[in-house]
Design a protein around this ligand. Sequence first.
Ligand code: FES
Length: 65
Amino acid sequence: MSENIKMQVKANGSIKVTGAVDFVDAEGKIVTTKENFSLCRCGHSKEKPMCDGSHRDAGFEAPAL
Ligand code: FES
């Protein structure tokens, strides 16, 4: 049984992922597995797809869910 992955949308920020996730390439090959990280949703990160905190300096404001 796989672990339950949690994705939490942060107010005016990233999407926090809690749990282990396999990152796969276009052919479905696992490139890496990461645990407990944040995905960028503002488009300003220099470490995409990960959040690097740039949303704060960019003044990112997300629409309400
Ligand atoms: S959400 Fe943090 S850098 Fe984009």
